[in-house]
Design a protein around this ligand. Structure first.
Ligand SMILES: [Zn+2]
Length: 459
């Protein structure tokens, strides 16, 4: 639409808030004023847009006619806009600036009936811009106040305001029943269970999330990855490096192991970490070709290449019984003689690498190194951190065994653990090879299941 020779097409925008009667002008009065301006300027009215009882200061509240106004402007349906005052149009600084841009860049004439702003003139645009700047400063001051308060809370180690964390009251006190569920979730994952396995376990036990809905893998992951459960203060999703004033629900070590495993990209493909429905699938090996054993139809295991096909139930029963028997022996604590040291070393390596990353950041903040050196050093330290975390993640399945061994009756604890934890223990302690069964007989021969003990586990 050409604005030069033809009469301008003017949109009229009217808004009244019925809930603010003291402030509001009657809509009829607004309308008359606006029409007067259109007539005085020699324009013509294209359309009236009226929003009733809707505030302009809340961006989330929908104003259907305002939206139509914006759409119609984008579509080029008018080139002048008349409203009673700029506050009627919008109280959102960003929206106001959009209108100022439209006035300047696309020649939209904006005039207010109360005479405060005529955006066809320099002075009018200056006024509108000052008004927008003041409004924006007010919004920023408000959020700065909130931000400062939140940062201070985090620095003081107080629990953040807002939605409360499962397991704690907003004031930071522990909610006993919820805390027990959180601890259980950590214990299950720490013991080698998968996210989906935990969801199933909790569903079986009739435990739902706080909103009454069933748990799902992403809510479980949210719990496991929240540093506040280890007592660490968090601000804007990042740890402040301070300890919180609340009681941690899990130890620092457990939290670190759990999160190393969560972060490990191999977790989804790693043998022991994937969800399995059967004890031995992917875990047992074929006695003929050494290839992995898979679950086959009709409760059977089968080598991937088809060398052998065996019934599941007797094999799994035998493996469980043998492991349980091993765990009943008095020297069973020796089973873990080596692994914990490895785990400690791996954890120390993670801590050291993390400290290095932090130290480099501190040097940069303190002006001791420049941006280039910061980038190089950070990349190197982060690579080390990743390697250390990967090592820790690989050791994590041992935690299932540690959990079992820490129980008063390890054999009982093993037999009562989840499938994933049992798989982790079996994988840590043994190698299981399945040989060909005897043809034409249904009798199970235990000799066809070869259980080899890994170093440290035999005796
Ligand atoms: Zn095979």
């Amino acid at each position: 639409m050409s604005a030069s020779s033809q009469r301008r097409g003017a949109a009229i925008y009217l808004r009244i808030s019925l809930d603010q009667t003291g402030e509001g002008l009657a809509i009829e009065r607004q309308r008359q004023e606006c029409h007067r301006i259109v007539t005085e300027r020699g324009w013509r009215v294209t359309k009236e847009y009226v929003d009733q009882s809707i505030t302009a200061s809340d961006a989330r509240k929908r104003r259907p006619q305002y939206d139509a106004l914006v759409r119609d402007f984008e579509a080029g349906l008018y080139d002048a806009l008349v409203c009673y005052d700029l506050d009627r149009l919008t109280r959102q600084p960003r929206q106001l600036e959009d209108w100022i841009d439209a006035a300047e860049g696309r020649g939209l004439a904006i005039v207010t009936a109360n005479g405060e702003a005529d955006l066809t003139t320099d002075a009018g645009r200056l006024f509108a811009r000052i008004k927008a700047a003041v409004a924006r400063a007010e919004v920023e001051r408000k959020s700065a106040r909130q931000t400062a308060a939140a940062r201070q809370r985090a620095a003081l180690g107080r629990p953040p305001l807002g939605v409360r964390l499962t397991g704690y009251l907003p004031t930071g006190e522990v909610v006993k029943e919820e805390a027990a569920v959180v601890r259980r979730i950590f214990a299950l994952f720490h013991g080698g269970e998968s996210l989906r396995g935990i969801v199933q376990t909790l569903a079986t036990e009739g435990i739902s999330a706080r909103n009454g809905r069933p748990w799902n893998p992403s809510t479980i992951r949210g719990i496991l990855s929240n540093p506040r459960y280890a007592g660490r203060a968090v601000y804007r999703g990042a740890e402040t490096g301070e300890l919180g004033s609340w009681e941690p629900l899990v130890s620092e070590d457990v939290f670190r192991v759990v999160n190393a495993r969560l972060a490990d990209p191999r977790r989804k493909t790693v043998r022991l970490g994937t969800d399995r429905k059967h004890l031995g699938s992917g875990l047992y090996a074929c006695g003929v070709c050494e290839g992995p054993i898979q679950a086959w139809s009709g409760e059977r295991y089968r080598c991937r290449d088809g060398c052998i096909t065996r019934s599941m139930v007797p094999i799994d029963s035998l493996v469980l019984a043998v492991i349980a028997e091993r765990l009943r022996r008095p020297d069973m604590a020796d089973l873990l003689a080596a692994p914990p040291e490895d785990a400690t070393n791996a954890m120390d390596a993670v801590t050291a690498a993390q400290n290095r990353v932090d130290a480099i950041a501190a040097d940069y903040d303190g002006g001791l190194i420049d941006g280039t050196r910061f980038a190089v050093a950070t990349a190197k330290a982060k690579a080390e951190l990743k390697t250390a975390e990967g090592r820790l993640a690989q050791l994590a399945p041992n935690e299932a065994l540690a959990t079992v061994l820490a129980a008063p009756d390890p054999a009982e604890a093993f037999l009562g653990s989840s499938l994933m934890a049992q798989r982790a223990v079996i994988g840590t302690l043994t190698t299981v090879h399945l040989d060909r069964g005897t043809r034409y007989t249904r009798t199970f021969d235990p000799e066809t299941v070869r259980i080899g003990w890994r170093t440290g586990a035999s005796s």
